[in-house]
Structure formats: C-alpha cells, structure tokens
Design a protein around this ligand. Structure first.
Ligand code: F6P
Length: 363
C-alpha cells in the first residue's frame, strides 16, 4: 500500500516541470489521499533530510504557467559518482547507500524521477537497489527513446522559431548572414524543426556532419538569385565532416557531462574564409529552457504527472510514462535510456527540409 511518494526533478530544467509536479500532487492527494514530498535540487536532495519538503495543494497552486521547477534541479549530483572532498582532493564516491537509507528513513514508498537520460539512468540504478521508481521523460533536446516527444521540447521550439522570425528582419535589412546556434546536445531536433518552421536557409545538425563548401555555395547562390541575406541554424553539437565538436568545457570529476557551445562562431570563421559577406552569430542559449510552458507542454506535463501516479498505484515500477501518438503509455526505463533518439539523416523530416530547398550541409 503506497502512502507517501517523493518527486524530484533532475538535469537541466525545462518548461513544463511544474505542470508534472502539480499533476503528481493533485492526483495523489485528491484522488488517492496519499502524501507527497518534494526533493530539492534533484538527486542531491536525497542526501539531506532538510531538502525533502512536504508538497500539498497549496504548494502547487498557481504553478502551471511557471517555467523552471519549484523544486530546483541539478545536472551534477549523481549519488553513484558523487564528488566528495578527501584530503583537499575531489574524489568521486558512491554515496547511494546513504541515499537509499534516507529514502527509507523518510518513509517514502515510491519515487517519481522527472528527468532526461542522465537522471533516468540514476533512477534505474536506485531501482536496482530496491527503491520503487517511476520515470517521467523531460528535456528540451527531445533525445529520449521510446516517447514520441519529451515535455519541454515544444516550448523550446516555439522560442527558437520566434527568434528566427526576429532574426529574419534584421538579416534582410542589413544583407547579412545570421547564424543562430541552438541547444540539443548530440541531437539536432531543435535545429531541424525550428529551422523548418522559421524558414532557415541552412540547417546544420550533429547527425549530418557538414561540408562548409556546400554551405558557402548555398549562401552565395542565394545572393546571386537576389536574396542578399541568409539564415543558418546550427545545432550546438554539429561538426564539420572529418572534424570534431566544439566543446566549451570537458567533462571532469565535478562536471560529469561535457559542455557544448561555440560552433556558431566556428561556422562564422569558416564562412569568412569562403564568402565576402557580413556574418553575425546569435547564441540562443538558455532562453530555450526558460519561460512559461506552451499549451502543449502544460497539457503533456500534466498528463505525464497523472500517469506516473497511476503507474505507482499499479506497482509498475521501473517504468517511464511516454507519449505514443495521442495516448499516454509506459515503457521500461531500461529501454528508454539504452541509447539517444537522434534525427534520422534519411528520414522524413530531413527529406522535407531538403525538398523545401534547405541545405543541410551534405556534400
Ligand atoms: O540537456 C538540456 C541542455 O539545455 C542542452 O541542450 C545543453 O547542452 C545543456 O543542457 C546545457 O546545460 P547547462 O545548463 O549546464 O549549461
């Protein structure tokens, strides 16, 4: 019999997290009479009692339109590889036994982990240590397998498309090439879908290593045809054929994931060598993660929250809620995290872009 559930949000924040939290709290309390506690700052919060707080209906009132997460999050703090200072040196230590003991001490019967592939992998490891866990797929990158879409992605797309609309007018007025760098890590979903929706001329994604001479030719041909400006969308994980990704900060003992960024400037420098045009770079950055969730993400987040509670009620632990078509289903977390969901370079979305005359950097 479940009486008390815990919820945490892990990894980078994204719009719609509060809708999930609210969905979990409302359906647990109103429909089932369960108690809910929120764990602050992702898995980090499980190490400290004072970071586990009661979540009642008052706490979730009015949060649906709010971006971010009322619980806070962290994309560090993996309890299986936690940075601990030993004799002045940082040593990655497995503190998961403490986390498990703390969950039990708090009387938490089941845990809802809202996160991307990194957080869900941690959730799976906790599950293997006997903690009943269910997952909710979150990320603006949309790179999680087994769900048609993750919540947060739609809002990020809206932000990126809106930015492209705005870039168009200034690019056209100044006869410039505008490069917009977007997030997405190793997947090109945000770049591809916002690029199509925002009328980009060139879209560069990690799944198709680009050829800079193709990009130069495309911009030059447009100019000769009378369009003296071009819009290029480049995913942060994109890289030239035979080259490598631009990394801002490598992974180390305190930062377990590498930080991407800078490929926009890199492409600008490459274009400078083959084009005689004014080029500017705009990095959309964390704007993509902020702001009020779109209608789609509010609804999807709310439905995911409710479905996570249903999974707990049915004791379907180790599973993640997902969207298939218009229906909410579930899948094992293990299947969802086994690899990243990347753009298919020969798939419909890329083909549609090319049919529209968008250059994707193929040779
Ligand atoms: O995974 C979400 C994401 O926004 C990626 O698109 C991006 O590479 C990364 O997080 C940025 O993380 P941080 O907030 O640590 O800069």
């Amino acid at each position: 019999m479940v009486r008390k559930i815990g919820i945490l949000t892990g990894g980078g924040d994204c719009p719609g997290l509060n809708a999930v939290i609210r969905g979990v709290v409302k359906s647990s309390i109103i429909r089932r009479g369960w108690e809910v506690v929120g764990i602050r700052d992702g898995f980090d919060g499980l190490l400290y009692n004072n970071r586990i707080v009661p979540l009642g209906l008052n706490e979730v009132r009015g949060i649906l339109p709010r971006g971010g997460t009322i619980l806070g999050t962290s994309n560090r703090g993996n309890p299986f590889s936690y940075p601990v200072e030993v004799n002045g040196k940082i040593v990655l230590t497995d503190v998961s036994d403490e986390v498990v003991a703390n969950i039990k001490k708090q009387g938490i019967d089941a845990l809802v982990a809202v996160g991307g592939d990194g957080s869900l992998k941690i959730a799976l490891e906790l599950m293997n240590k006997g903690i009943p866990v269910v997952g909710v797929p979150k990320t603006i990158d949309n790179d999680l397998m087994e769900t048609d879409v993750t919540f947060g992605y739609n809002t990020a797309l809206e932000t990126a498309t809106d930015a492209l609309d705005k870039l168009h007018s200034t690019a056209e007025s100044h006869h410039r090439v505008m490069i917009m760098e977007v997030m997405g890590r190793y997947a090109g979903w945000i770049a591809l879908e916002s690029g199509i929706s925002g009328g980009a001329d060139v879209i560069l994604i990690p799944e198709i290593p680009y050829d800079i001479s193709t990009v130069c030719r495309a911009v030059d041909e447009r100019r000769r045809r009378g369009s003296a400006f071009s819009i290029i969308v480049v995913a942060e994980g994109a890289f030239p054929r035979g080259g490598s990704r631009v990394v801002q900060k490598r992974a180390d003992e305190t930062n377990t994931i590498e930080r991407l960024g800078g490929v926009g400037q890199y492409v600008a420098r490459q274009l400078g060598d083959c084009l005689d045009m004014d080029v500017r770079v705009m990095v959309l950055g964390h704007l993509q993660r902020g702001g009020s969730p779109s209608t789609f993400d509010r609804c999807l987040g709310s439905r995911f929250g409710v479905a996570a509670v249903e999974l707990i009620e049915q004791e379907q632990y180790g599973r993640m809620v997902c969207l298939r078509g218009r229906d909410i289903k579930s899948v094992s977390i293990e299947r969802a995290v086994r690899k990243l969901k990347l753009v298919n370079p020969g798939g419909q979305m890329v083909t549609a872009a090319e049919e529209l005359g968008i250059v994707v950097g193929r040779r």
